[in-house]
Ligand binder design. Structure first.
Ligand code: AHR
Length: 495
């Protein structure tokens, strides 16, 4: 007897806001993310504004990037900010020891990052160096960025071309301090966090939200120790979770040439985010029942083998319809847990891991993941509407995952948006939805799907996977019914 797919949307129970910061991004000095993907330099033939490429900024503005984390990643814990200010030709060359051992010329530094954020309309989120930096270095950076005084740091910023201080709302204190950021124990890190965070000062009216380094996936002990020892000194604690299709970091699997085993495996591992968010949240609840502290998932996404022939240290991978489904189901998880998840940053923005945009010289393409972020902008700062979903499983070789994924919200104009993913690669899904506390008169829909889960956009075929209008949903007396095509992401607007 096949399970009937049923959804109840509690339109009468909205309580929490889906922070638009959940739709945040991450750009590291890694491979071709910053250099080429964003920064081409003022003398480049690629159209740019003060060295930042216009096509990429224009595309990113369409997905309303709310916040951008920089400069890493592992790179953050070897980054010395003073290398990246002042005349560019005088900036020192360093070795990027984490990512390919290439030369970092420091042409993209603090001023260029804040310029990028202003061009995007995004909030800056700076990860400071704890692993190989000092408290003084961090203090001076924050003073340089935010102080309106006549202090030496503020004057140096002015000399380097920026009169007014910038606003710096988010600071991350160390990155993956359990790994590339220093291989620390949670006990040691908690003490270091307390020390560093004491000197994160609020200058000239700027107010900083302090984010501690959190766990690697299911390392619940890390969260426990940091919350217990440093919980009252922090505003947010991070979580990193990457989806490895095979589950094996040594042979992760290809981004575009995979069978159903790696398709199902990738979705199954991406869905683990639900458990991670819930269980880390339960630990946080014990130390912070008022939910003052945010869970900040500041690195997430699918991580595959690099494209054949590319530098393994550059983490350049293609992006398929599978990635779009991973984005859709993960963002649905974050939406549903927005009482605790206050920010998330997909890794990474351009040319690295699960990117929004891929570039090749002056050419640029939008990935299926980009389109999901664009379709889901309707959830930004909307009120979460709780949902109950009963659905058939999608089973492969004895392993089962729910066949559907959903979240719903109501925006300020009263429009209800429902984002749905049909994870089954071949079968459509019929869904009956009931709305409690609202009526549906009219439905508009958008659909992202493709002829296969491996389908992706290339520089020769940039529009193979892109959203189209969708009319597969109809109002019913109690809500609506919809037929979701196989391997699809659908966003419905109910009025
Ligand atoms: O996003 C790539 C790397 O993954 C980051 O630098 C690091 O924080 C994580 O291990």
């Amino acid at each position: 007897q096949p399970t009937t797919n049923r959804l109840v949307i509690h339109a009468d129970q909205g309580r929490y806001t889906i922070s638009r910061m959940i739709y945040g991004h991450f750009a590291e000095h890694l491979g071709r993310c910053i250099y080429e993907g964003i920064w081409v330099g003022e003398d480049s033939p690629i159209p740019n504004t003060r060295g930042i490429r216009n096509d990429v900024v224009e595309a990113l503005r369409r997905i309303k990037v709310p916040v951008l984390r920089w400069p890493g990643g592992c790179f953050a814990d070897e980054y010395h900010w003073k290398d990246g200010v002042g005349p560019r030709h005088e900036r020192p060359a360093r070795i990027n020891t984490h990512w390919g051992g290439v030369i970092e010329n420091n042409h993209f530094g603090t001023h260029e990052f804040f310029d990028l954020c202003e061009q995007l309309g995004a909030e800056p989120y700076v990860a400071v160096n704890v692993g190989s930096g000092t408290v003084q270095e961090m203090m001076e950076w924050i003073e340089y960025i935010t102080s309106d005084s006549r202090s030496a740091m503020a004057e140096w910023r002015r000399k380097n071309g920026r009169q007014a201080p910038w606003r710096l709302p988010y600071v991350g204190i160390g990155n993956e301090s359990w790994g590339c950021g220093g291989n620390m124990t949670p006990e040691y890190y908690s003490d270091l966090y307390r020390q560093f965070s004491t000197f994160v000062k609020n200058f000239s009216g700027n107010r900083i939200y302090k984010i501690a380094c959190g766990a690697n996936g299911a390392d619940y002990r890390w969260t426990e120790v940091v919350m217990q020892r440093a919980g009252r000194h922090l505003d947010g604690i991070s979580l990193h979770h990457y989806t490895i299709p095979t589950g094996d970091w040594g042979r992760k699997g290809s981004a575009t040439r995979f069978g159903e085993d790696q398709y199902h495996g990738a979705l199954r591992r991406a869905l683990e985010m639900e458990t991670l968010v819930r269980r880390h949240g339960e630990i946080m609840d014990r130390y912070d029942p008022q939910k003052r502290v945010g869970l900040i998932v500041d690195e997430w996404g699918i991580w595959t083998d690099v494209e054949p022939g590319t530098n393994p240290g550059f983490l350049y991978q293609q992006n398929s319809m599978r990635d779009a489904l991973i984005a859709g189901l993960t963002l649905n998880i974050f939406n549903r847990h927005c009482d605790r998840v206050r920010m998330a940053n997909i890794a990474q923005m351009v040319n690295v891991l699960q990117a929004m945009i891929l570039t090749d010289g002056e050419k640029m393409i939008l990935t299926p993941t980009y389109h999901v972020f664009e379709m889901y902008t309707v959830h930004h700062d909307a009120t979460l509407l709780p949902t109950d979903l009963t659905c058939a499983d999608y089973t492969f070789q004895g392993q089962s995952i729910p066949g559907l994924s959903v979240s719903a919200s109501r925006n300020r104009e009263g429009v209800i948006h429902v984002s749905l993913c049909n994870l089954h690669p071949e079968q459509p899904a019929e869904l009956q939805a009931e709305l409690q506390g609202a009526r549906v008169n009219r439905i508009q829909g958008r659909l992202l799907t493709a002829d296969s889960v491996q389908a992706h956009n290339t520089f020769d075929r940039p529009d193979r996977v892109r959203p189209v209008a969708f009319d597969g949903a109809q109002p019913t007396e109690r809500g609506f019914r919809v037929t979701l095509p196989p391997r699809s992401v659908v966003v419905l607007a109910l009025q």
